[in-house]
Design a protein. Structure first.
Length: 55
């Protein structure tokens, strides 16, 4: 009945994914490629989780 009050977990994951990509871009611009690689890997794990939940 109150399903419209529940937050969508996919939106939360999508927001986290976009935030990780932005952090990765910022670290790449600052020249820290190691942190960029770690953040990109974390973002890809979030993307995989999003895809898993969609199907």
């Amino acid at each position: 009945m109150l399903n419209w009050l529940k937050r969508d977990p996919l939106k939360k994951l999508q927001r986290q994914y976009e935030q990780k990509l932005e952090e990765a871009m910022t670290t790449a611009r600052n020249g820290d490629m190691r942190s960029n690689a770690v953040l990109t890997e974390q973002a890809e794990a979030l993307r995989a989780e999003i895809e898993r939940q969609k199907s």
